[in-house]
Design a protein. Structure first.
Length: 237
């Protein structure tokens, strides 16, 4: 069957496979430029809207996500005789090996998109590219991203701690925390900090959050706020 679509892909390769094709803008990008530290990637991740940033938070918090990259791919595809160029918002690799490209959009933008709009052309090009190349593809809206505001708010706090203490060696504290669950199956955040008894209790909190992020500890972050009374338990990993 004759292909009616010509596809050109631009990827730049790094240790993890791909890296952002968009470079960080120079100077002041205004309120539409957001930065977040990713412990999964051990680098700062950059986003171009608050919704993209919130999507990055839930991806970073998702234990089924092994790796991701923002702005990973620029595509040119000919659709119905016209060249379309677009950049995907994110590529996600899951722990089971699946990969999925994602585009982050507000529901109102998707619903209002008509055949002649920029958003309609962008989404049509991405869908066509995903179909032709047999890549997983998903449009993610605020209805999914911001469905649980408690979870999102808690993880923003956790990621702020992980960023602040990214260069700290907390392995000894982490081992002490895990050993504490041999004494009690669950602890409040406050009691666990007191039990470890370090001069700088913030390092204990950072170590707890690292363990939660890595799945070695669990907490009901989707239900309860991140306070000193939050229950911490040993994870399944």
């Amino acid at each position: 069957m004759e292909m009616r679509k010509a596809i050109w892909e631009q990827k730049t390769v790094e240790r993890d496979g791909v890296k952002p094709v968009w470079k960080q803008p120079r100077g002041n990008y205004g309120s539409n430029f957001w930065q977040m530290y990713s412990r999964k990637l051990d680098r700062d991740v950059h986003f171009y809207s608050s919704l993209e940033r919130d999507h990055g938070v839930i991806v970073e918090a998702d234990p089924t996500v092994a790796w991701f990259c923002e702005q990973p791919l620029r595509i040119n595809i000919k659709v119905d005789g016209r060249d379309r160029e677009t950049v995907m918002d994110m590529l996600i690799q899951f722990t089971d090996g699946r990969e999925e490209y994602r585009e982050v959009k507000y529901t109102s933008d998707v619903q209002r998109a008509d055949n002649g709009s920029r958003v309609a052309r962008q989404l049509a090009a991405q869908r066509e590219w995903a179909f032709v190349t047999a890549n997983g593809y998903k449009i993610v809206t605020e209805e999914e991203i911001r469905r649980n505001t408690m979870f999102l708010r808690n993880w923003k706090q956790i990621l702020a701690y992980l960023a602040t203490y990214a260069s700290y060696d907390l392995a000894e504290i982490e081992n002490q925390i895990l050993a504490a669950f041999d004494i009690e199956p669950s602890w409040s955040l406050r009691d666990l900090e007191r039990y470890i008894a370090r001069p700088d209790r913030q390092t204990v909190k950072a170590a707890i959050f690292r363990l939660i992020h890595g799945g070695l500890c669990t907490a009901p972050l989707d239900v309860y706020p991140l306070t000193n009374s939050l229950t911490i338990q040993r994870g399944t990993k």
